[in-house]
Design a protein around this ligand. Structure first.
Ligand code: 13P
Length: 255
C-alpha cells in the first residue's frame, strides 16, 4: 500500500518571518494526520528556520531545486550537501524551472542522481504544455520526460523517488485536469515505470498530481486509484486550505 504524500510547493512566496509564523500555525493542525506524509517546500532562505520549527514533528521539509555539484563557482546555486540536514525531499524538474531557468531533461537527470547520492528524495515533476496536450502528445511527451529523468537510476533507488504529474496548463490557472484524466496519465507514467523496472517497483512508487489542486477538487483526485497525493502550489500557502487537503487525503487514502 502506497502512503499518500502531499507536498506544498511555496514557490517564491513568503518571507523568512512569514514562513516561520506559517509553519508554527500549520504544524499542530497537521499533527493528527499521520496516515498521510506531509511535506512543505519553502524558499531556500527559509529552509533552515522552517526545518528547525518542524524538527520534532512528522512534517517533512523539501527544497524546490538543487545544483548537481557539491560546490563550485555556480553563483546563485545551492548544492546537495547544503541541503542535507535541512531537507529530506527536493523538487526536481518543475515546469517553472524548465520554462524560466533552463532546466532540461539532462539537468533533471543530473540533479536526481546528485540528490539520491546525498540521501535526498527527489520529487520529479513532469507534464505537458497546452499545445502538446491539444496535439494529443501528452502520453508520449510525459513518458519521454520520465525516461530521461530516470536514465541510469537503478530499481533500488525508486523507493526514494516520488513522481509528480503537473500538466503545465493546469498550474496556477484554475484549470485543473479532471480526476479521471489525471489518473489516466498517471497510470501511463506507472506503465513507463513498469517498463523500466518491472511491475512490483512501478506499483510501489508514489505519483502525485499537481495543478490547481484545491480543497474543492481534492477528493476527486484522491479517489483515483493511481493518484497517491498532490504537489500543491497556491492552496499550500494557506493554513486552512493545506490542512483541508491533508484531511481529505487522509479520509480518501489513509490506512
Ligand atoms: P498550483 O497549485 O498553484 O496550480 O501550482 C501547482 C504547482 O506548480 C505545484 O508545484
Amino acid at each position: 500500500m502506497r502512503k499518500p504524500i502531499i507536498a506544498g510547493n511555496w514557490k517564491m512566496f513568503k518571507t523568512l518571518d512569514e514562513s516561520v509564523a506559517f509553519v508554527k500555525e500549520l504544524a499542530p493542525q497537521l499533527a493528527p494526520f499521520s496516515s498521510v506524509e506531509r511535506v512543505v517546500c519553502p524558499t531556500y532562505i527559509a529552509l533552515a528556520a522552517v526545518a528547525d520549527v518542524l524538527k520534532d514533528t512528522e512534517i517533512g521539509v523539501g527544497a524546490q531545486s538543487l545544483h548537481w555539484e557539491e560546490q563550485g563557482a555556480y553563483t546563485s546555486q545551492i548544492s546537495p550537501t547544503m541541503l542535507v540536514g535541512l531537507a529530506q525531499y527536493v523538487i526536481i524538474g518543475h515546469s517553472e524551472c524548465r520554462a524560466y531557468l533552463n532546466e532540461t531533461d539532462e539537468t533533471v537527470n543530473k540533479k536526481v542522481k546528485a540528490a539520491l547520492a546525498h540521501g535526498l528524495k527527489p520529487i520529479i515533476a513532469v507534464g505537458e504544455s497546452l499545445a502538446q496536450n491539444e496535439a494529443g502528445e501528452t502520453e508520449t511527451f510525459v513518458s519521454g520526460q520520465v525516461r530521461a529523468a530516470l536514465d541510469g537510476i537503478d530499481a533500488t533507488s525508486m523507493e526514494n523517488i516520488v513522481m509528480a504529474y503537473e500538466p503545465i496548463w493546469a498550474i496556477g490557472t484554475g484549470k485543473n485536469a479532471s480526476g479521471e484524466i489525471a489518473n489516466t496519465i498517471i497510470s501511463k507514467i506507472r506503465a513507463t515505470l513498469a517498463d523500466l523496472y518491472g511491475k512490483d517497483v512501478a506499483d510501489s512508487v508514489r505519483i502525485q498530481y499537481g495543478g490547481s489542486v484545491k480543497p474543492g477538487n481534492m477528493a476527486e483526485y484522491m479517489s483515483q486509484p493511481d493518484i497517491d497525493g498532490a504537489l500543491v502550489g497556491g492552496a499550500s500557502l494557506k493554513v486552512d486550505d493545506f490542512t483541508k487537503l491533508i484531511e481529505i487525503a487522509a479520509a480518501e487514502k489513509g490506512a
